[in-house]
Design a protein around this ligand. Structure first.
Ligand code: BES
Ligand code: ZN
Length: 622
């Protein structure tokens, strides 16, 4: 029996931490929780909408409750009805509140008889924040339209009316219709052999939080990569993708050998068009991934190790609120490193770790104090702001510190026990800490003080004795870079022929913020960075070339920005342009042309960046 107070005591007490107050949802899980979702949707490309019904199965926690409060954003609600045990229905009164910018519209349903099921007929908006609709021209093969969801953090509510909080878990099934020849996939078991007859059914038998709801539809082909994995992608991309991700089964086996069985059945991958706003998204059974990691040499596949790792840290054991997101991302980044080490060696893993550490060391001091904490004070933190390097890289650094102090053997056993103990639950930082104290810190006394743990979790900055891996390769690159910048080593003489992707990233990352133009021109002449197809290298190169005033790089930078909607690869290039009035004007032109192909999140981020840059330039002009 697990020691999980709220569950052990069941209905006797209000579940405490399991339903910790989530400031990013209107749901009232102390009154009622959704336990199952049944979707019946039509993918309507001409109207850019999902249209249909969501039937929610309810577990009423308060026997006196009279309302069901749901999260929605930009949904057109057609009707709300209660469904009785025999399938009969009757209309329920409801009110849709005016939209809050962050949270959307609270939907309050009058349900004084506490029905077992409530059915909502609705349609999404063409501008739904969690969906992108691409016309054929914006796909790789240009034949069919494509659509996909991105629900994390709080965008599921823009395509399903539900309790949109990671503390609440439900199973789901779905019936989805689409035009003939279009394949629909969801974050559930997918059948590679399903006929493209426009009629799909899905079943997700495990309880998941709403941010893991996912759907995509388009001209999607499939290639097997192993006994329980396949790659889904547009036909012209699928073979390259299957080669790049050929190690997927080995990744699953590695993670299983460390943390116990993969519990989700299949692990399939969907490669999206380049406008996908993230590197990857750990949708259960079907990770969504950016095509920018397909570079031909597997050098960026740690994104897949990362999304796979979420099958334990995140999808199995879930942060209860966005403030606890480091429990997802920090743990996952740690596990990702372990998979990378096992498959591609310690050198590769250490280089990836060091890239993150150096960037965090550079950046963390410039962040507001609250954002430097693994578990920040919840006030004023936007749900999507959780994608900060603190959750990922300070979080994983903390776990590497624990590993080092307690030794790999005991720490591995601890972490496996943690995943087993909290499996299928959403937990807070404080629940994680209580388990850590009992099962690691106090179990092996003298290895790490509780104050040190609290400093990692609630303190600002990075604790002083945080362990940093050695990398002779990176040390050599530091020397080469210094000599090159000092003018004692010509660009053509850099020992860069054998540099892998991460070594190039490291070289470029630590160039001065505003390098000398002549140096950047020499570098480009020798190594042809402008126009690179490796977008990790490209992003870093363009940022420095633009800062140096290298206008020759502008058109290729514009091509990179127009092609790639992945925020992390595109926003920094916009940021580099936005530092000067000329550059800003150019970036605005690029955006005007690229905008139609961008995801709503990318649009919003670029527009915010422009607004900030303009305000800053206005202040300078005054
Ligand atoms: N779950 C995240 C993506 C995410 C986080 C979306 C928070 C919205 C809000 C995913 O697992 C992730 O971390 N992706 C990274 C991959 C990387 C760190 C290897 C990304 O997209 O860059
Ligand atoms: Zn992640």
């Amino acid at each position: 029996m697990r020691l999980y107070p709220a569950l052990v005591l069941g209905a006797l007490v209000l579940p405490l931490a399991a339903f910790a107050n989530d400031p990013h949802s209107y749901a009232q899980p102390d009154q009622v929780v959704v336990t199952h979702l049944d979707l019946d949707l039509k993918v309507d490309f001409p109207h850019k909408q999902l249209d249909g019904r969501a039937t929610l199965t309810l577990d009423w926690k308060n026997p006196q409750a009279t309302t069901l409060v749901l999260d929605t954003r930009d949904l057109k609600i057609a009707s709300v009805e209660a469904v009785d045990a025999g399938g009969g229905t009757h209309a329920l009164k409801y009110a849709l509140a005016p939209a809050d910018k962050e949270l959307g519209s609270k939907l309050t349903i009058q349900a004084p008889r506490r029905p077992h099921e409530v059915r909502i007929a609705y349609a999404t908006s063409p501008d739904a924040s969690g969906l992108q609709w691409l016309p054929p021209a914006q796909t790789a093969d240009k034949k069919a339209p494509f659509m996909f969801s991105q629900s994390e953090s709080i965008h599921a509510r823009s395509w399903v009316p539900l309790q949109d909080s990671p503390a609440i878990r439900f199973t789901y099934d779905a019936h989805v219709t689409a035009p003939k020849d279009i394949r629909v996939v969801m974050s559930a078991l997918n059948d590679a052999k399903h006929p493209l007859d426009g009629d799909f059914r899905f079943d997700q038998p495990h309880p998941i939080p709403s941010y893991l709801l996912a759907i995509a539809a388009g001209d999607i082909a499939v290639r097997e990569t192993g006994p329980r994995s396949a790659v889904y992608a547009e036909p012209s991309v699928v073979d390259k993708a299957a080669r790049e991700f050929a190690d997927t089964e080995k990744m699953i086996e590695t993670a299983e050998s460390l943390y116990g069985p993969y519990r989700w059945g299949r692990y399939d991958l969907l490669v999206l068009p380049p406008s996908f706003p993230y590197g990857g998204m750990e949708n259960p059974d079907m990770t969504f991934a950016t095509p920018t990691i397909i570079v031909g040499d597997k050098s960026l596949v740690s994104v897949i190790s990362h999304e796979l790792a979420h099958s334990w840290s995140g999808n199995l054991v879930t942060s209860a609120a966005w403030r606890d997101i480091w429990l997802n991302e920090g743990f996952t980044t740690y596990v990702q490193g372990r998979i990378t080490e096992a498959l591609y060696g310690k050198r590769q893993a250490d280089e990836e770790t060091l890239l993150a550490i150096r960037a965090l060391q550079k950046g963390i001091g410039t962040m507001p104090a609250n954002s430097q904490r693994l578990a920040p004070e919840p006030r004023g933190v936007g749900a999507d702001d959780s994608l900060s390097s603190v959750a990922y890289d300070k979080g994983s650094w903390f776990l590497r510190t624990l590993e080092q102090r307690f030794g790999r053997k005991d720490f591995d056993a601890y972490l496996k026990g943690y995943f087993d103990h909290f499996a299928w639950h959403s937990i807070t930082t404080e629940q994680m800490l209580a388990y850590l104290r009992a099962n690691l810190i106090d179990k092996y006394p003298g290895k790490m003080g509780w104050d040190e743990v609290k400093d990692w979790v609630y303190g600002t900055g990075i604790p002083k004795d945080a362990p940093i891996p050695d990398s002779p390769q990176f040390d050599a690159i530091d020397k080469e870079r210094a000599a090159f910048l000092a003018g004692t080593l010509p660009a053509a003489k850099l020992d860069a022929k054998g540099w892998n992707t991460q070594e190039w990233m490291y070289f470029l990352d630590r160039l001065p913020d505003v390098p000398k133009l002549a140096r950047m021109q020499q570098l480009d002449a020798a190594w042809h960075l402008t126009g690179t197809r490796n977008a990790e290298i490209g992003m870093r190169w363009y940022v420095h070339a633009i800062a140096a005033g290298d206008k020759a790089a502008w058109p290729a930078a514009a091509e990179h920005m127009s092609r790639i909607g992945r925020l992390y690869l595109t926003l920094p290039v916009y940021g580099a342009f936005a530092k000067t009035p000329d550059g800003l004007a150019y970036a605005e032109q690029v955006y005007a042309r690229a905008k139609d192909g961008y995801h709503p999140l990318t649009r919003q981020a670029v527009e915010r960046l422009f607004a900030r840059a303009k305000a800053k330039q206005d202040r300078i002009a005054e």
